[in-house]
Design a protein around this ligand. Structure first.
Ligand code: ADP
Ligand code: ZN
Length: 816
């Protein structure tokens, strides 16, 4: 095959590849990374196909191979093309996700001599040529860019002539990824006794400053070491830090941030438990599919198991089977740092055979791991969304845990892909078995299973390890829904309803733990003038600012801009500025006030700036260093907290009234997942949900743990309105600094799309909008959405020339 179609790392339209001639000296095959001339530059490319003839008459030659071994497998070549087509994303953006980390670059072009200094005399070179050649000979090699800078315009001609006469050759190189591990500065206790004495002195002093310092020191004594960033957030000043280090109490130092949950730990093999009949049936169905892989029938499973039903044991059994058949696997989890318990269980079952991909790796470490995975060193790769495209050879099994999680959708950059959708295509191309698992499956996944496109596997009962070994079934926690309107009528203005307050007190009295969930961080959700109704908003994002007590500042949750709390209303100058609504900080304060003996711990984005603090918060709570854990979504993840007997939802309404058709589904998922944290231990547990709308189906269903009820209701609703899975959506968003321009541009684009719809005769595609995005302005840019709805709305966008500033999101996860 003399020609190759190459995807080039350049800004080119979508699916476009370019045809190059294959020089006789090269053996080229699909999946190989190559250097190709492109305009005046040499760029990186990946061979998508080889062919007998060229569709264009003029072709240039492939310059060189980057590596002779293909960088993409045949399945990945097909997958990249599919992703580009499906998500309307540039082909090389899709390929970029599959390349070794850090290797997507503009290559360096280097000049190298082909003769020695003694040989140059007889060549009859011009002075300029001789000077350049001698420079290159002296240095061994020189970047072409450097030559151009030194000599200017004439460089190209001189270099060309030296190349022609064979004095110089060109080579290309990618910069190797940096191998430096990520590092972080920490403060570490060096003399515990001295620290203790110092804390006591400060306590005795009793001034506000001394007390704050004593508290900080005590925190350091209990944690031994903490990231400086967190110590500062907890009130460490430079003066006090110097004080501590000068006094020999603590040291600050830089430590490597190799936060691999498995690093440096040896895991003893843990033998599989005996499975329950339901687990056994599920595992057997998957095992049969793994055995039948050769038949080429794509097999997909939806493992719907209530919280704590033993889904992870089913995954482990399936992995055992795959490994025994000589196959390899990928397991996706929503976020490594939020799922340390799950990751640990994989490591214990397959010691040294599990690779964990996580954000704590430096580029160099990630690169090394990528190579090791490609060499087949690991049976199982565990990681977040991006691990889906790890170069795992002989892929036989792909598992997506907590498949309903929104982190599986890449939202911020192109391609805006969903790991679940791409996984299905990958499994088809690689002939692998797909297993999706969740207690609250995405309605679309559930519908697929109902239709028989995937096989539904159910674990309807919760299990827990029995006292005498083995396993016993356990009830799901009972749920009480409290109508906050009734509480108000009864004169209770506290944020805790009477049933919740009673429950917290009882749990505390019995030495049990409580989780309180609220979907918003901060102290007050917004600040409003009681006289004129003014609400403090971010100047560059059109959202209300949130009050944070520790800093006594208003914070924008979109762009993090901070503003002081106004003393009087900026609009009417009245002084009745009030803080309204609730955030996690305020809930923590209220717990301390109402239950002074309770030790509290807060878990939200404000306290987890460093990644390892997720683990330290969880570890502290599991070690019973706190009685009440107050948190946002993080507490809803699949964590096992056996001492928790009560879960309180402070307000179920925050996510219910968002203008998104998935608001109901989303609320149910959150409530059910948070509720799932209660009653995992021998003492059982219960849940109290506070709400102003107890009659809402999402809340009623959560109260009955009735997944099927809400799923069927959602399916009927979407069938009626043509929402997914009955129709598909594509959203395009314009984001621009000019308010007027953005509005006109959005309107004009909608008109053009409608025109194209007429031209193509595609009456069955709805074009909704343009409408201002829910956050109309973010970081100073005005945002407008156009939503396309229909059986294949992307057809209108294919080949449609969008101007700068537009982004395309096929199958958007949120239409806010
Ligand atoms: P899920 O993943 O569905 O939330 P897990 O797999 O974490 O559930 O199981 C819940 C608890 O029950 C865990 O502590 C797990 O170790 C235990 N468990 C699950 N299946 C078994 C079994 N067959 N034998 C013994 N213990 C089990
Ligand atoms: Zn903002």
């Amino acid at each position: 095959m003399p020609f190759a179609d190459v995807a080039v790392n350049a800004a080119v339209p979508l699916l476009q590849t370019f045809t190059y001639r294959i020089p006789d000296s090269l053996r080229v095959e699909p999946g190989q990374a190559v250097y190709v001339p492109f305009g005046l530059r040499t760029l990186q490319g990946v061979v998508m196909a080889v062919r007998e003839d060229s569709p264009v008459s003029e072709t240039r030659d492939i310059a060189a191979l980057i590596e002779s071994r293909p960088v993409l497998s045949a399945a990945h070549v097909g997958l990249a093309a599919w992703m580009s087509e499906y998500y309307l994303a540039p082909l090389f953006d899709c390929i970029g996700l599959m390349l070794p980390p850090g290797s997507r670059q503009r290559p360096l072009t280097l000049l190298r001599p082909r003769l020695t200094a003694d040989e140059t005399g007889a060549l009859g070179l011009s002075d300029e040529e001789a000077a350049l050649l001698n420079l290159v000979i002296e240095r061994g090699e020189v970047a072409q860019e450097e030559v151009r800078k030194a000599i200017g315009k004439r460089a190209a001609a001189i270099v060309a002539s030296l190349l022609r006469c064979g004095c110089l050759e060109r080579i290309y190189r990618l910069r190797p990824p940096s191998a430096r591990p990520k590092a972080v500065r920490v403060i570490r206790l060096s003399d515990r006794a001295a620290a203790r004495r110092r804390a006591d002195e400060l306590r005795a002093d009793g001034s506000a400053l001394a007390l704050r310092r004593a508290g900080l020191l005590e925190l350091l004594i209990s944690e031994e070491e903490m990231p400086l960033s967190r110590a500062r957030a907890s009130g460490l000043t430079p003066a006090f830090a110097r004080d501590l280090t000068d006094g020999g109490i603590a040291v600050t130092q830089e430590i490597s941030l190799l936060r691999d949950p498995l690093a440096g730990r040896e895991f003893a093999h843990r033998a599989p438990p005996r499975l329950t009949p339901a687990q056994e049936a599920a595992a057997r169905a998957i095992a049969r599919a793994l055995e039948a892989r050769a038949s080429g029938q794509p097999a997909g499973f939806l493992l719907h198991g209530v919280t704590g039903s033993g889904k992870t044991e089913v995954y482990l059994a399936a992995l055992d089977k795959a490994v025994s058949l000589g196959q390899r696997a990928i397991v996706l989890v929503p976020e490594i740092s939020l799922t340390p318990q799950t990751v640990r269980r994989f490591a214990e079952r397959f010691p040294r055979r599990v690779a964990v991909m996580h954000s704590g790796l430096s580029l160099g470490e990630h690169f090394d791991m990528w190579q090791a995975v490609r060499d087949g060193r690991f049976d199982v790769v565990v990681g977040p969304r991006g691990a889906l495209l790890a170069p795992q050879p002989d892929l036989g099994l792909l598992i997506i845990d907590e498949e309903h999680e929104w982190t599986y959708k890449q939202q911020d950059s192109s391609p805006r892909y969903h790991a679940g959708r791409v996984a299905r295509e990958l499994c088809r191309l690689a002939g692998a078995v797909l297993v999706l698992g969740s207690a609250t499956p995405d309605v679309e996944s559930y519908f697929r299973a109902q239709e028989g496109d995937d096989q539904l596997l159910e674990l309807p009962e919760r299990v827990r390890p029995a006292a005498g070994g083995g396993v016993e079934t356990a009830p799901l926690p009972g749920v009480e829904v409290v109508d906050l309107r009734e509480e108000l009528k009864a004169g209770n203005r506290s944020i805790f309803s009477r049933p919740l307050a009673r429950g917290i007190q009882e749990a505390l009295d019995s030495g049990e733990q409580v989780v309180l969930f609220l979907n918003r961080r901060g102290t007050a959700s917004f600040v409003q003038c009681r006289d004129c109704g003014y609400v403090a908003e971010c100047r560059s994002c059109s959202v209300a600012l949130t009050y944070h007590e520790p800093e006594r500042a208003l914070v924008c949750h979109y762009c993090n801009r901070r503003a002081p709390l106004p003393a009087s209303c900026p609009r009417c100058e009245g002084d009745r500025i009030r803080m309204l609504g609730l955030g996690t900080e305020r809930v923590e304060e209220e717990v301390k006030k109402a239950f002074p003996a309770a030790r509290t711990l807060r878990w939200d984005r404000d306290v987890t700036r460093g990644r390892d603090t997720h683990e330290s918060i969880l570890a502290r709570f599991l070690a019973h260093e706190a009685d009440v854990l107050i948190g946002t979504q993080m507490v809803a993840k699949g964590l096992d907290m056996p001492l928790v007997t009560l879960v309180g939802v402070i307000s179920a309404d925050t996510s219910l009234h968002l203008p998104d058709f998935r608001a109901g589904e989303r609320t149910f998922q959150l409530l059910e997942q948070v509720a799932g944290r209660a009653g995992r231990g021998a003492k059982g547990g219960r849940v109290v949900i506070q709400t102003y709308t107890p009659e809402h189906p999402a809340i009623e269903s959560a109260a009955r743990h009735d997944y099927r009820g809400i799923a069927e209701r959602e399916i009927a609703f979407r069938r009626r309105l043509g929402y997914p899975p009955f129709g598909r959506l594509a959203m395009i968003t314009l984001s621009h600094t000019g308010a007027e321009y953005a509005r006109e541009q959005a309107a004009a684009t909608a008109q053009e799309l409608k025109q194209k719809r007429r031209d193509l005769g595609l009456a069955n595609i709805d074009i909704l909008g343009p409408s201002p995005a829910f956050a109309h302005r973010v970081r100073g840019r005005w945002r407008w959405n156009i939503l396309l709805r229909g059986s294949d709305p992307a057809t209108i966008l294919r080949g449609f020339p969008l101007r700068r500033g537009w982004t395309v999101d096929v199958d958007p996860i949120s239409i806010l």
